[in-house]
Every structure is written in C-alpha cells, then in structure tokens.
Design a protein. Structure first.
Length: 114
C-alpha cells in the first residue's frame, strides 16, 4: 500500500475519532444544560478524561497525528484529518472551551440539587 493510501486511512480514522468525541462533548453539554445528569454524563467525563491523559502523555499531540506524520511531510493543521484548516488549527481551543462550559454548568447543577 502506498503512503498516500495509508494517509487516507489514517485521516479517515482520525476523522471518525473526532466525530465520536463531538458526540461525547455535545451530549455532555446537552445533558448539563437540560439537567439530565445520568450515567452517560459520567461516561462522557471518563472518555474526555482519557483523551486529556493521552494528550498529556503525547505532549498535546494526538497519537493519530504522529502516525499520520509517517506518511506526510505537510505542516498544514489538517494534513491528518478531514476538517477545514481553521477548525483543525483551533480544534483544541474550541473544544476545551466547550468542555469547560459544560463542567461549570455541571458543577452548578450538582451544587443546586443538594
């Protein structure tokens, strides 16, 4: 298999993982806004915590990006994922803010329910 075909597969994998974490993050946000704190909120938090740990271990670089670097020498923010350049470039900032907002709302919901 050629490097370009391998890169396509890595980009597809990375995009699927990105979509999965969008579902996780936006479910978390929806649940705390609607005050539907259920088991899935805690599952979402666990998955997000796992992602944070992985990013800390890999010094804020997704391991899938490291895999993609084997098949490309591009320095574009979206060389490893099927996202618009601007979104790939600011992805961590955007989703960190969304998760922090969800956490603030969650803390508020939990403290006001007691």
């Amino acid at each position: 298999m050629t490097d370009s075909k391998k890169l396509v597969l890595v980009k597809l994998l990375h995009t699927v993982i990105w979509v999965f974490f969008n579902v996780v993050i936006f479910y978390l946000l929806y649940a705390v806004i609607q005050n539907k704190i259920d088991i899935w909120v805690w599952v979402c938090l666990g998955l997000i915590a796992l992602e944070v740990i992985i990013l800390l271990i890999f010094r804020s670089v997704c391991p899938v990006t490291l895999l993609a670097e084997r098949y490309s020498n591009s320095d574009r923010a979206n060389f490893d994922i099927y996202l618009p350049h601007w979104l790939a470039k600011y992805n961590k900032r955007i989703y960190t803010v969304i998760v922090l907002i969800a956490l603030v709302i969650l803390v508020y919901r939990l403290s006001s329910n007691t």
